[in-house]
Ligand binder design. Sequence first.
Ligand code: ADP
Length: 266
Amino acid sequence: IEGISRVIAVASCKGGVGKSTVAVNLACALAAEGKKVGLADMDIYGPSAPIMLGISGQPKPSLDGLIPPLEAHGLSVVSMGFFLDDAAPVIWRGPMAMSATKQFLRGVRWGKLDYLVVDLPPGTGDVVLSLSQTAYVAGSIVVTSPQQVAVADTRRAVAMYEKLNIPVLGLIENMSYFVCPSCRHESDIFGRGGGERLAEELGIAFLGSIPISEPLRRGGDTGVPIMLADPESAAAAAFVAAAERTAAQVSIQSFKTPVIPLTPVN
Ligand code: ADP
């Protein structure tokens, strides 16, 4: 896509593992490194960027037909949530989901971006297929939580990305551990380490562990991501580390595969 250097997809095999939380905070962490970052919230079933970034409104296409993204916390943002009525149900047919995905990539005036972070719906489906047909994707990140670590699901997702010519940048384990705010004791509530073992088993990079954190959850609910609300926190530090590993993996993958072919439409 003209002007966009790298597209990074954030995916998960299941819902509720914190995929959107990771996408938003990773985008903020990359922006904190001085990069120009956009966020395309394509989770058609549960768009969360408006709440997580505290933005609302419906950008109107300008004369050239392109939609201007909204700006929030230094990010350029477009979300399915801007265009959906909260109360009205949407039954997404495959072709609708696919044309909405294309619109979000090619119908938005993104301008110059170092990274466009794409928050995908959970699982494997039309949106990711359409993404691979529309944009050169530098790579995808798979988010999991320790109790949701399912080798078979993740292996299937990795195989799907390979088939769609989307390199897998690595795995992030969210809700890995809890640090007691009073005594700093770390508890592995859901059992830590499954994500790292899974990454090793699948031969993909492990990009980091994000703690369970009440301020992180609150940041998501109040529209100020933890990366901005408390950049010194353990959770923010974990996102910075994950963003650095992600950027390194993007470079490694683009060295391995300098030209990523689009998935043919048939
Ligand atoms: P998904 O996109 O996978 O459905 P979300 O990012 O929407 O998941 O997260 C689901 C809920 O869990 C949200 O309320 C979010 O604030 C919370 N959450 C996600 N990650 C964490 C975490 N590490 N610590 C505390 N709460 C979290």
